[in-house]
Ligand binder design. Structure first.
Ligand code: GTP
Ligand code: MG
Length: 449
């Protein structure tokens, strides 16, 4: 049997532009307020059933028109690219929402997010957030955009138009055609810009309407899944849970998974084989990462869903690793496929080149791709903090330009830092991928002069 699965929607954007608050408004909770330092620390997944979308959208959507069972939203931390949300080298997201603060406009991480969307060819819309901060804005709580905009004075309307055209200009520079959403004729070649306020809820119905509409009109064929197919997914996060030990939060994007199933997880060395002990689903509209919440135990879960898996043998699992349900017939084949996938990204050679360290397999993948495009050789690319071992390895490299470590969003162990200083090994760090590579290239230019 075939089924239409829930589209996976990723929230992307610069720090503090309002990704979490937008999701909060949709699910009626207050995750952003409770977060430490109000920064999203981990990737979370929230399932919004179609009934809630129907309620929020009101007359904008007819229930009979719904084909998708809901939307699965994934929030990403501001400092963290959504590159760990990968599936077979592509994006896990069916569609993305690029959140841009109307006051701040495009910022470095907005650019980076756009770069990644381009690379993965992920369709996206722009949520132009915080319109309530436009001088003179008159709020109508939770109202659709059309209703809100007619309440504004001409001057305020003009200001909003100016903001929109600034974004249209930014997107044009990046190679995208865009327009205010209600003027878009064809979403397959135009990015819709939806003015919203995550605080007052204005424009949120429109955002949901556009997401459901685009999913159903433009990529419904991607959402058709066979209900009985072995499940496939991606690890979002590895977490120690009291009483459960190591667990993994995953997104299941295809097929089905049952308690007792054997799964293979692609990893650094050999794929890890383990057996599902329990499947925990957050209750609808609750965050999978919220602590103290009640999970529901499930016997069986269909794609697409965010679930927590309890299983033994999860010690060497990292965010971004792929997994798949196996049986006796397909085990060998899947093992080979998985390993070749992972080996393209995790590099360990004895040749010359730089050493790369990153926090997740997804960010590593993005950096490795970019370095290769810039013709920079790589000796080693692995996940984790910069250790003394990394520095010891780097110091054996003769060529000064290769005697470097590029570290993306990981820490450098103090001992490693000290050792690097003594041994003339350069360590470059950044939380933005293109900045990391730029920093290295600038340094190379200096040396060559
Ligand atoms: P990171 O997770 O750190 O990347 O940030 P984020 O994009 O999730 O931003 P978050 O939702 O935490 O919002 C940042 C700040 O902006 C918070 O103080 C919010 O209350 C505020 N904010 C978000 N949306 C709006 C909005 O529409 N209007 C106003 N006035 N403030 C907003
Ligand atoms: Mg956040």
């Amino acid at each position: 049997m075939e089924n239409i699965r829930t589209p996976i929607v990723c929230m992307l954007g610069h720090v503090d532009h309002g990704k979490t608050t937008t999701l909060d408004k949709i699910r009626g909770s207050t995750v952003a307020e409770r977060e430490s330092g109000a920064i999203t620390q981990h990737i979370g997944a929230t399932e919004i059933p179609i009934d809630i979308i129907d309620n929020l959208c009101g007359p904008l959507l007819n229930k009979e028109d719904f084909k998708v069972p809901g939307l699965l939203f994934i929030d990403t931390p501001g400092h963290h690219a959504f590159t760990s949300l990968r599936s077979r080298g592509g994006s896990l997201a069916d569609i993305a929402v690029l959140v841009v603060d109307a006051t701040d406009g495009f910022q470095p991480q907005t650019e980076e997010a756009l770069d990644i969307l381009k690379r993965y060819k992920t369709p996206f819309v722009v949520a132009l957030n915080k319109i309530d901060k436009i001088p003179g804005w008159q709020t109508t709580q939770n109202s659709p955009f059309q209703k809100s905009i007619t309440k504004q004075k001409n001057k305020t309307q003009t200001k909003l138009e100016e903001k929109i055209y600034e974004i249209v200009g930014n997107l044009h520079e990046a190679g995208f055609q865009s327009e205010r959403f209600d003027r878009v004729k064809d979403y397959s070649n135009t990015v819709g810009i939806i003015p919203i306020s995550a605080k007052t809820g204005e424009g949120i119905p429109d955002l949901l309407m556009v997401l459901v509409g685009v999913a159903q009109q433009y990529f419904q064929q991607n959402l058709i899944v066979e209900t009985q197919k072995p499940g496939k997914g991606t690890v979002l996060e590895v977490k120690e849970e009291k009483g459960l030990g190591k667990t993994i939060d995953v997104i299941l994007y295809d097929g089905v998974i049952n308690v007792g199933d054997q799964i293979l997880i692609g990893s650094h060395q050999n794929p890890i084989k383990t057996k599902i002990r329990s499947l925990l689903k957050p209750k609808p509209t609750q965050e999978i990462r919220e602590t103290g919440q009640k999970f529901q135990k499930a016997q069986k879960v269909d794609a697409a869903s965010g679930i927590k898996i309890v299983a033994p043998n999860l010690d060497n699992v990292f965010a971004g690793y792929p997994f798949q349900v196996i049986n006796n017939q397909n085990e060998q084949k899947i093992k080979q496929e998985m390993q070749s996938q992972v080996n393209e990204i995790l590099i360990e050679t004895e040749t010359s080149g730089v050493i790369v360290k990153a926090d997740t397999i997804g960010s590593l993948e993005a950096i490795v791709k970019d370095l290769k495009e810039s013709n920079i050789n790589i000796r080693k690319a692995t996940i984790g903090d910069v250790s003394k071992r990394d520095v010891v390895e780097a110091e054996t490299i003769e060529e000064k330009l290769d005697r470097v470590i590029l570290a993306f969003d990981v820490n450098t162990i103090p001992e490693a830092k000290k050792h690097a200083k003594n041994k003339d090994v350069e360590i470059f760090t950044s939380k933005v991928i293109y900045r990391l590579i730029e920093k290295y290239e600038e340094w190379v230019q200096e040396i060559k002069q």
